[in-house]
Design a protein around this ligand. Structure first.
Ligand code: NAP
Length: 242
């Protein structure tokens, strides 16, 4: 069997793992969904675009056998993670989930945990200036909001959007000072985030704490049963080395 590793990416961790593996001379194929117009590409071979569901990925794995499949997609890439588990089981491919830990509430935080973007939209009722940092996908859940809404994303979001939306196009990382300035400029009184756990985007949480404003945090979807999970690139390297 080939020594190639198929790495499902789209995250900073996936990029770091691709860097570490290629530095060790391991043959890596990184797969990206193709959502970002101008992605930061990892070293090694890269393919872009979906596989066609769990069955499509299983067919792909039969046609291109790999030593292992590492699912290092975003904690909220629920469909891809489910497909990876299913296709790996169907083809007997060893599979690992690499997912960074979630964020932890700290003293001074006022976090309101919810299970979905729809529940987040309900949780911000009564606030005047909402800062949405959940990314450009799924913003339709907030389309009915009538207050001022600040949206930040890497690529322009598509309608439907709330009627009073201001869009800021920026790619992290952001500093606490950046976040404080942006939140003050827009008089933000509530922040909405997914529990991505990324240190590249956690400055908004520190800024919200300093400003004493609440954060609505969308809980991660559950992981598929039976797939081993690691939280760091180093642990993924160790698993691959076994
Ligand atoms: P998703 O809902 O789980 O995936 C939807 C479909 O996109 C999948 O069924 C698959 O299509 C395709 N896909 C997703 N990731 C892929 C990959 N790495 N390689 C090839 N195809 C992929 O995922 P999503 O939330 O749209 O996220 C898409 C990508 O953006 C992921 O790579 C993720 O790491 C990254 N990302 C997501 C978020 C987020 O908040 N969800 C944030 C930052 C980055 P087929 O069924 O056709 O195979």
């Amino acid at each position: 069997m080939t020594e190639k590793v198929l790495l499902l990416g789209g995250t900073a961790e996936a990029r770091r793992l691709a860097e570490a593996l290629t530095a060790e001379g391991v043959d890596v194929l990184s797969s990206l969904a193709g959502r970002t117009a101008d992605p930061v590409l990892p070293p090694g071979e890269v393919r872009i675009g979906g596989f066609g569901g769990a069955e499509g990925l299983a067919d792909w794995l039969r046609a291109h056998p790999v030593r292992a499949l590492v699912d290092a997609t975003h904690p909220f890439a629920e469909a891809m993670t489910a497909h990876a588990a299913e296709a790996a089981a169907a083809t007997g491919t060893p599979v690992l989930r690499l997912q960074r830990p979630g964020w932890r509430e700290q003293p001074g935080d006022d976090w309101r945990w919810v299970d979905s973007l729809e529940a987040a939209a309900s949780a911000v009722q009564g606030f005047a200036h909402v800062f949405l940092t959940t990314g450009r996908m799924g913003l339709g859940a907030f389309a009915e909001l009538t207050q001022e809404v600040l949206v930040r994303s890497v690529d322009p979001p598509e309608p439907p959007l709330p009627p009073r939306t201001t869009v800021v196009l920026e790619r992290g990382p952001f500093t606490v000072d950046d976040e404080l300035a942006l939140m003050r400029e827009h008089a933000v009184d509530v922040v909405v985030t997914k529990d991505s756990g990324s240190h590249l985007t956690e400055a908004k949480l520190t800024a919200a704490r300093e400003l004493g404003i609440p954060v609505v945090v969308v809980r991660r979807p559950p992981l598929p049963a039976g797939v081993p999970v690691v939280e760091t690139v180093e642990a993924a390297l160790a698993w691959l080395g076994d």
